[in-house]
Design a protein around this ligand. Structure first.
Ligand code: NDP
Length: 265
């Protein structure tokens, strides 16, 4: 019997998730469909209910519905609780299980695809929105020597850092000495903006990681000019999808050919 999945978002037409999950399904011989569904900003819960009533087995959730998906879940994984946001829903007759696979996707991209050993690293995480919140705990689980959260609105970074027991503040509060890994989890790249980083933010051999993908960003350009290595968020996108796929289907797809195919266009 064919199982049905979907990703809900607004906007959603450019989502790569249907292509990624179709490729995973082909690779692992799973019988499923996966659609991109536009939900009105004030009608997310109704759209999910209709999809579930029509036989939907599970769904991914993207901007701007991750907090609403959290509220909609009857049960949540620990990592979803920590993130305060849900990007993966699993429907059973009895409940809606909410999970958050973004952080695991990021860590897997950094460690398995980019070869980083995060233990002992000095990490700067920029942003205090949903994306940042979802990755703090999985990053801390890798035992970095320092995780500093910087945000335009300093109070939000301070609150987030306080919640997770690390340090944070505004960009003017950044500690010196440089970072081995700088992650851009802000929406600045979407607007073609660059957070106000000091010139010496990168330590020797640092990696600059922008969660945005699909085009070059002012942050990655800034990093390149200062000798840092760079990576975009395409690997994270595919890895968070693989994590959801494994949760739903009990089998882990091979992400490498899917990342390569997406890079080829
Ligand atoms: P939110 O709207 O929840 O948060 C936005 C954050 O960006 C806030 O911290 C905000 O600061 C900050 N910000 C916005 N504009 C600027 C600016 N011009 N300069 C400095 N900081 C700015 O967004 P999300 O957290 O959901 O998403 C952030 C990014 O991560 C998006 O680009 C998204 O596409 C990407 N993403 C990628 C994923 C992937 O799989 N690759 C997964 C999830 C997200 P303030 O608090 O001051 O407003």
């Amino acid at each position: 019997m064919t199982d049905h999945y979907a990703v809900f978002g607004n906007p959603i037409q450019h989502s790569k998730s249907p292509r990624i999950h179709a490729e995973f399904a082909r690779q692992t011989r799973q019988d499923l469909t996966y659609a991109a569904l536009l939900a009105p900003t004030d009608g997310f819960a109704e759209c999910v209910a209709a999809f579930r009533a029509g036989g939907g087995t599970g769904a991914n959730v993207t901007v701007p519905f991750k907090e609403q998906a959290f509220a909609l879940s009857n049960r949540r994984t620990d990592r979803a609780e920590a993130a305060g946001a849900v990007n993966t829903l699993t429907f059973t007759p009895a409940e809606i299980l909410g999970d958050n696979t973004d952080g695991a996707g990021l860590v897997r991209d950094l460690a398995a695809n980019l070869g980083l050993d995060l233990a002992g690293m000095r990490i700067l995480l920029m942003g205090a929105g949903g994306a940042a919140r979802g990755v703090v705990l999985p990053l801390l689980a890798q035992a970095p020597v320092r995780l500093f959260i910087a945000n335009r609105t300093a109070d939000k970074a301070l609150a987030l850092a306080g919640h997770f027991g690390c340090t944070g503040g505004g960009y003017a509060d950044l500690p010196g000495g440089g970072f081995d890994l700088v992650i851009n989890a802000t929406a600045a790249s979407l607007a073609g903006d660059l957070p106000p980083l000091p010139d010496d933010v990168f330590a020797a051999d640092a990696l600059a990681y922008d969660m945005m993908y699909g085009r070059d960003t002012p942050f990655l350009d800034f990093a390149r000019r200062r000798g840092a290595r760079t990576a975009d968020g395409l690997g994270m996108l595919v890895e968070q999808a693989a994590e959801a796929f494994q949760l739903w289907r009990g089998v882990r797809p091979d992400t490498e050919p899917v990342i390569a195919a997406l890079r080829d266009g």
